[in-house]
Design a binder for this molecule. Structure first.
Ligand SMILES: [Zn+2]
Ligand SMILES: [Zn+2]
Length: 162
């Protein structure tokens, strides 16, 4: 987190130096999950970053993703809410302030969703894995039948975190 807030601060100092004005620092959170590396919440002056992607792509993340998201907030502070997120104002900041190619998307590998498998058994030798959603429905009384042997599937009590 220190490295991240430091990179955010460096990006702001750079923007202030180039643009000759000060910007209110955003809140920075490291609680983003899923497919996006970072998200800038313009109205709330908030940046959320993806911790897993930061860990897996540290150098590039600090060098590219952080300025990318900071540029969104800076563009918002400069031009208000009626600009396109990756429009020319944002692109200009990326190129002129940060010296970066104004790429719209990160190209990190998207981490696979971690999910829990719940194992159900019927008359067949191999257990069948249920998703958390399906397991929840079964818990609420929905009945599932094996397509091969026709038995009702019963929860084995076993689960696995993949
Ligand atoms: Zn963006
Ligand atoms: Zn079966």
């Amino acid at each position: 987190m220190n490295e991240l807030t430091e990179a955010v601060e460096q990006a702001y100092l750079r923007a202030e130096h180039h643009l000759g004005r000060v910007f209110v620092r955003p809140h920075v959170r490291l609680d983003l999950r899923g497919q996006r590396a970072g998200v800038a919440y313009l109205g709330r002056n908030l940046l959320r970053f993806n911790e897993r992607m930061l860990q897996d792509n540290r150098e590039d993340f600090l060098r590219q993703t952080v300025p990318h998201e900071v540029a969104h907030l800076v563009a918002h502070a400069l031009y208000g809410g009626n600009i396109r997120p990756h429009g020319y104002q944002w692109q200009k900041l990326m190129v002129e302030v940060f010296g970066l190619e104004p790429r719209r998307c990160h190209d990190y590998a998207v981490p696979e969703r971690r999910r829990t498998h719940y194992y159900y058994q019927c008359g067949c030798p191999a257990p069948i894995s249920f998703t958390p959603q399906r397991h929840a429905w079964a818990g609420r009384g929905r009945r599932y039948q094996c397509r091969r042997c026709g038995d009702l599937l019963k929860f084995t009590g076993k689960l696995q975190f993949a």
